[in-house]
Design a protein around this ligand. Structure first.
Ligand SMILES: *[C@@H]1O[C@H](CO)[C@@H](O)[C@H](O)[C@H]1NC(C)=O
Ligand SMILES: *[C@@H]1O[C@H](CO)[C@@H](O)[C@H](O)[C@H]1NC(C)=O
Ligand SMILES: *[C@@H]1O[C@H](CO)[C@@H](O)[C@H](O)[C@H]1NC(C)=O
Length: 405
């Protein structure tokens, strides 16, 4: 009797432990990891740094596709590292608002709030907001005049992320660049939003460098610095249906400032609208470059300018704050650049300026169907070109290299 009872109890215990084992296997096998579940314990209006880190760790270890969810609500997030490699495709769905600390001093890496790295088949989704709370940092930013200024946090960094998608989320008031893409391949930003005031400092929307196959589409970027900036080593970049403004426009460069820069090539910018930006579409390279480099196969098509300063600009004498020797030409070779169907209004009379490097002229520059108006009172519409002989088709005279220098 006693023995039978003991055996029965043992059998029951074994059954219980085997179901709980299979349950935890199921969890490890994939599924949904909600940071507000009992296991992770995140609560709105409190800090969820640890909860997110724990949920990510479990999801990333899953051998089946998994998803980490941050539901609606406002949460504080000191910092986050979404690092891989993970064992299977993984998604982070943020529906709430994540708030950084206004003071960047407590970050483990002062230049990073949120890091995504070494990921493959990753999706960042949701209608959530990544709020960098940058107001205080912009006031303290003296990096334009102090080369040794302390580093300032970028809202989101993507390093070595492949075959991945960022969609629907927003980046708000970053302390520094909103997004930095480095060493990535086949990463798409779709229906992405960047918002910061026109007066915010160094808040580039998306900066890309040393990456191949990046797509940015259906996105709105309003900020205080470049809408999208494209650094060395960017290849096969497509930007379509993006609206920019306010901000400084879409910029390739600056290039040619450092040794060992990789070529920028295969850049397609199509069906974009710029409104009230300081510049339109530009390529800028530093004079007196330490080494030769290349910018080629760069195509701008169907771009609308609304009250944009310097709508079309290639500047190989880019030298802000007089930090360089303008007497020595840039060594960045620019070739195969086209501007097709660019129209709208310029806020400066000089609406097209193509200043190429002396002794290293720009090759194969095409201008077709350029139609820009200037309605201000600072003179009449004009253009300026040097060290370039563009192919010009259907461009009114004032815009067709009216002055040469
Ligand atoms: C961008 O703005 C346009 C016009 O206001 C809007 O229709 C579109 O949905 C916005 N896109 C995103 C990603 O919010
Ligand atoms: C990127 O955009 C191009 C042009 O629209 C498209 O052909 C390509 O498939 C896109 N790539 C990805 C990964 O979405
Ligand atoms: C110019 O760029 C286009 C698009 O990338 C490319 O197909 C073409 O071969 C390039 N032309 C030259 C002469 O390099």
């Amino acid at each position: 009797m006693g023995l039978k009872l003991v055996i029965n109890m043992l059998l029951i215990l074994m059954a219980i432990s085997s179901t709980s084992a299979s349950r935890s296997r199921e969890l490890l096998g994939g599924g949904v990891f909600d940071v507000t579940s009992g296991k992770y314990g995140a609560k709105p209006n409190s800090d969820i740094t640890q909860a997110i880190a724990n949920a990510w760790k479990d999801a990333c270890a899953s051998t089946m596709p998994s998803k980490v969810i941050v539901p609606k609500g406002i949460y504080k997030l000191k910092e986050a590292n979404f690092n891989g490699p993970c064992k299977a495709p993984i998604e982070l769905q943020v529906c709430g608002t994540l708030q950084a600390s206004p003071d960047g001093a407590q970050l483990s890496k002062p230049d990073t709030w949120i890091m995504f790295s070494y990921l493959d088949r990753f999706t960042l989704s949701g209608t959530g907001i990544f709020d960098g709370q940058g107001q205080q940092a912009w006031k303290a930013n003296d990096c334009h005049k102090n080369p040794k200024c302390s580093s300032i946090a970028i809202n989101m960094r993507f390093h070595s992320v492949k075959n991945s998608l960022v969609r629907d989320v927003s980046s708000l008031n970053s302390k520094n660049f909103h997004v930095n893409v480095l060493g990535c391949e086949r990463l798409t930003f779709q229906h992405f939003t960047v918002t910061a005031p026109e007066t915010s400092v160094n808040t580039d929307g998306i900066h890309i460098g040393r990456s191949t196959g990046i797509n940015i589409t259906d996105s709105n970027i309003s900020t205080g610095d470049d809408c999208i900036s494209i650094g060395d080593g960017t290849k096969q970049l497509t930007i379509t249906k993006v609206t920019c403004g306010p901000g400084h426009g879409i910029s390739i460069g600056s290039l040619g400032r450092y040794p060992k820069e990789e070529p920028v090539t295969g850049i397609y910018i199509k069906s974009c609208t710029l409104s009230n930006t300081m510049n339109g579409i530009r390529i800028k390279t530093w004079p007196n470059s330490p080494a030769a480099s290349i910018a080629s196969d760069i195509h701008f098509e169907d771009i609308i300018m609304n009250n944009v300063g310097n709508p079309i600009l290639i500047d190989q004498e880019y030298c802000p704050w007089n930090l360089c020797n303008k007497q020595v030409a840039s060594k960045v070779k620019i070739s195969n650049v086209s501007f097709r169907n660019i129209r709208g209004t310029s806020s400066t009379p000089l609406a097209l300026k193509i200043l190429c490097a002396k002794g290293l002229p720009c090759d194969k520059v095409e201008m077709t169907d350029i139609n820009l108006k200037y309605n201000g009172k600072q003179g009449s519409l004009t253009s300026q070109c040097s060290n370039v002989r563009p192919t010009i088709t259907r461009v009114p005279n004032p815009l067709a290299c009216a002055t040469k220098s």
